[in-house]
Design a protein around this ligand. Structure first.
Ligand code: HPA
Length: 296
């Protein structure tokens, strides 16, 4: 028997009401910070910070490099809410639990979500420190039934069978690329397909070769559950992967993926990624205040 969401609409509403009663911010923009990328949250002005353990019904994050709080504030004059620390299936959380905070964001008023993550580079042309704007994803656990939408569907969020062919907003992908050019980051800017795997062990050589054949450019252990919830409830989504390591493609390679390298690359590129996100927000300000959400 598959475990289905314990977060009915009213419970998520309770969480968002708790927060709205305690902050003056009314965010239109949501940001989810990946491993080592929590600095994005620190950039917000006029912050209100809620540690996850103080928010009713909220899960708590258990990973080093994810400190675990929801930060409200403003960036370039836009009201935003930022998850500093996210939830991963490898921590033992169901897909719907990992994605639940996105629905809290929806009820807070968020209509655009920027999701960041650390990822291993599979595409041979990608280097450590490159930033990949996500064009599309492969949900490896999802293809075999581990999708956050499994279970009864509440139409107040979205439809039973949402399409995902435009989950990553094509217009916003163009905007990301033009912002990267404006910042002189075109040399490290890539576009590609993110593949989610369950982790926490890194992939074998055979697995990476298989993902390569399937069309994945980068691999990681997060993001797609959140993106599915976001698109389901009609948010616009931008996905950004920081390539923190090159995936090992041959058995005689001396390289090995490790979490320290992932965090270290996050630190050294964090500023570029933060600058990129700030400029994206500045450039799509108008859209963020536009109440229309995406149709599917
Ligand atoms: N594999 C999976 N997840 C990751 C990797 C990787 O190589 N790097 C950062 N997150």
């Amino acid at each position: 028997m598959v475990e289905v969401s314990e977060y009915e609409y009213e419970k998520v509403e309770e969480i968002s009401n708790y927060l709205l009663e305690r902050t003056k911010h009314r965010p239109k923009l949501g940001i989810i910070c990946g491993s080592g990328l929590g600095g994005l949250a620190d950039r917000l002005d006029e912050k209100d910070v809620f540690a996850y353990e103080t928010i009713p019904h909220f899960p708590v994050s258990t990973v080093v490099g994810h400190s675990g709080c929801l930060v409200f504030g403003s960036i370039k004059g836009v009201s935003a809410v930022c998850m500093k620390g996210r939830f991963h299936p490898y921590e033992g959380y169901a897909a719907w639990k990992c994605a639940m905070p996105v629905r809290v964001m929806k009820l807070l008023g968020v209509n655009t979500l920027i999701v960041t993550n650390a990822a291993g580079g599979i595409n041979a042309t990608f280097g450590v420190g490159d930033i990949m704007v996500i064009r599309d994803h492969i949900n490896f656990p999802g293809l075999s039934g581990t999708n956050p939408l499994v279970g009864p569907n509440d139409e107040r969020w979205g439809s039973r069978f949402p399409p995902l062919n435009k989950a990553y907003d094509p217009q916003l992908i163009k905007l990301v690329e033009s912002c990267a050019a404006e910042l002189g980051l075109s040399d490290i800017m890539r576009e590609g397909v993110y593949c989610m795997v369950g982790g926490p062990s890194y992939e074998t050589v055979a697995e990476i070769r298989a993902l390569h054949i399937l069309g994945a450019d980068a691999v990681g252990m997060s993001t797609v559950n959140e993106v599915i919830f976001a698109h389901h409830c009609h948010m616009r989504v931008i996905g950004l992967s920081l390539i923190t390591n090159k995936c090992v493609m041959t058995w005689d390679s001396k390289d090995e993926a490790n979490h320290e390298e992932v965090l270290q690359t996050g630190k050294s590129r964090a500023k570029d990624l933060e600058n990129l996100v700030s400029l994206i927000v500045e450039r799509c300000k108008q859209q963020l205040f536009d109440e229309k959400s995406v149709n599917y």
